[in-house]
Write a protein that binds this ligand. Structure first.
Ligand SMILES: [Zn+2]
Length: 319
C-alpha cells in the first residue's frame, strides 16, 4: 500500500539525487549546484540514508541494504526503546534521512509525536505479522510489540524492508531482493535451531520467567509457557502483587531458573529468586543489541545467545 506522503518524499529524494548527479556532471561549468553531500544527510556518499528506531532493526535492515544503503539506529545499543525520549539531535538527524523504519505495534511510544514533525517517509516493518495480544495488566488486549523475537516474523520484516528499499532505490532492486532472500534463509535456519534447541527441555523446565513480557513470540515458537513480572517496559511497575504472582508461579511449577533483560534492572527478579528459591539464569537480550564487542552485536547473535542462556540455565547443562 502506498502512502501519499511516502511517495512524495521518495520522489523528492529521487529528484534531489537526479539534480545532484546533473550538477556533478556539469560541475565545472554550472553554478548554483548543491554540494554532493547535501543530498545524503549525514552520509558523505550518495547512498540513501535510512534510520531505524532501534538497533535490532538496524542490523536486520543492514542485511538487506548491504553497501547500497547507509543504515543507522536512532536509539543506541543498550537504550530502553519503549519510553525513549528523542533529543533535538535525533530530530535533526532524522530530518536529513530518506526513510525511517519503525517496528510499530505500539513499541515506540514516542514515535507518533516524533514523525509528525518530520517530512520523511516511514515504513512499519511489522506490517503483516501474526500479532499476539498482551494478556495481562493495563495493556491487556493490545498487540505485543516484540514480534521480532520470532525469526519467522522477522522474515516478514525483511520482505517489508526489501520492498521499502526497492521503492527508495529501484535501480538496485535485484541486489536488495538477493540480500533479502539470503538473509531469510539464515532466519529459517535460526528458527529451526531455536525450536530444536529448546525442544529437549523437560516438563518443569518448559517455563520462561522474565522481567518484561517480551518473549511471547519466542515462547510460542518453542512451546514454552511464559510468565513475566510486568507486561511492557513502559508500564514497568514491579508491584508487590506482580512479584508475588511470579514467586507463586515459580514455586508451583518448580521452575529451576528465571531471567531478566539487558535494558532493565534485574532487582525485581532477584526478589523473585529470593522468594521462590529458584536461581537467576542470566540476562536475555530483547529490546537492544549489545555494542559490537558485546555478546549480541547482531540479531542472529541475539536469538542464539538467548536460546543458549535459557537452555543452559533451565537444564543446568552447557549447550
Ligand atoms: Zn520491550
Amino acid at each position: 500500500m502506498t502512502n501519499p506522503s511516502r511517495t512524495r518524499a521518495f520522489t523528492s529524494w529521487r529528484r534531489r539525487l537526479s539534480a545532484a548527479l546533473a550538477c556533478l556532471a556539469l560541475a565545472a561549468t554550472l553554478s548554483g549546484c548543491d554540494s554532493p553531500g547535501a543530498i545524503s544527510g549525514q552520509d558523505d556518499s550518495d547512498r540513501p540514508v535510512v534510520l531505524t528506531t532501534f538497533t535490532v532493526l538496524a542490523d536486520i535492515a543492514r542485511n538487506v541494504g548491504g553497501d547500497k544503503i547507509t543504515v543507522e539506529s536512532i536509539t543506541k545499543a543498550g537504550a530502553e526503546i519503549h519510553g525513549y525520549e528523542p533529543t533535538p539531535q535525533d530530530i535533526a538527524k532524522a530530518s536529513r534521512a530518506h526513510l525511517i523504519l519503525d517496528n510499530g505495534l505500539n513499541l515506540e511510544a514516542w514515535f507518533e509525536q516524533f514523525i509528525v514533525e518530520l517530512d520523511v517517509p516511514h515504513v512499519v516493518v511489522s506490517e503483516g505479522v501474526e500479532v499476539m495480544d498482551i494478556s495481562e495488566d493495563a495493556n491487556a488486549g493490545l498487540p505485543n510489540p516484540h514480534a521480532w523475537m520470532s525469526p519467522v516474523n522477522v522474515q516478514i520484516y525483511v520482505e517489508n524492508i526489501r520492498d521499502a528499499f526497492i521503492e527508495l532505490d529501484p535501480e538496485n532492486r535485484e541486489y536488495y531482493t538477493r540480500n533479502a532472500t539470503a538473509y531469510n534463509a539464515e532466519l529459517e535456519t535460526l528458527e529451526k535451531n531455536l525450536v530444536q534447541g529448546l525442544s529437549g527441555l523437560k516438563e518443569n523446565e518448559r517455563a520462561l520467567v522474565t522481567c518484561e513480557g517480551a518473549f511471547s513470540y519466542l515462547a510460542r515458537d518453542a512451546g514454552l509457557t511464559e510468565k513475566y513480572i510486568w507486561a511492557v517496559n513502559a508500564e514497568q511497575q514491579a508491584t508487590p502483587r506482580q512479584i508475588a504472582s511470579a514467586i507463586e508461579f515459580v514455586k508451583d511449577n518448580e521452575v529451576p531458573a528465571v531471567f531478566c533483560e539487558s535494558t532493565v534492572s534485574d532487582a525485581p527478579m532477584q526478589q523473585v529468586v529470593q522468594g521462590s528459591g529458584s536461581t537467576f539464569g542470566g540476562t536475555l537480550f530483547v529490546d537492544s543489541l549489545s555494542e559490537a564487542d558485546g555478546p549480541v552485536p547482531t540479531y542472529l547473535d541475539l536469538i542464539r545467545h538467548d536460546t543458549d542462556v535459557i537452555l543452559q540455565a533451565l537444564t543446568g547443562e552447557k549447550p
